[in-house]
Ligand binder design. Sequence first.
Ligand code: ZN
Length: 254
Amino acid sequence: MDTNKQIQPIKTSCEFSGPAQLWIGTTQKLIDHAHSFMQQRWCVHGGCTRCTPCKLIEQHQFHGALWVQPDGNYSRDDLDIIFRTLQFALDENREMIIVIQRADYLTASCYNSLLKSIEEPPRGYHFLLLAERLDAVAPTIRSRCTITHFTPQYTDITQHPLAKFFINCHYENPSSFLQALDSVDPDEHMTAELIDSLLRYWLGEYKKSAVERNASKLTTIESIVNTIQQALEEPPMAGSSKLFWKNLFIQIKA
Ligand SMILES: [Zn+2]
């Protein structure tokens, strides 16, 4: 996992940078961004959120947007509406955004059937794919999309409000840790990413101390690395991330 990813600013532009966009982030956040993207693009007041088009956009009733969402995994039937829609040529000044929600749940036969349309949609059509996890989206889809992350990605793990407790070994104030935990409110994906970054950080520190031949530091770091690795044997499931972090805090403190 790359810990040096750039923080990408939230796009305020309502322009498309290619025929297909892939947005990564939490489901609700992505839907909110899609609404405001369309409102800015189509509302004559620049996205007032109050006029009829703005309201229709939020209700997924606006004629310029087709929202597709599966129950569970996608089946080919869920995509039929896309292919039927694409058969209609749009008038010169009209456009339509096809929103594929939960693109990380497209099965292989589904994304294969979509590739050509995504790569070269008929005039006026745009694809917007939403997914929580980039690594769960098929590489063939990813390579055809402009990717934007709407999840905060930290270029520096030592500055992360939650991770910094485990970097600075600040265990004397559990209440401030719990506050940070509440405000970050990590899910299992963010937790996996943070734990991975923490482990890399401490393995790096271990190497440095080994070069310095600092025996006491090495022992301390070894114990931290062991605790993190033990915690990783039981990674959090959906809904249990906070408990995971609390347990890690208690174990590492001991
Ligand atoms: Zn409006």
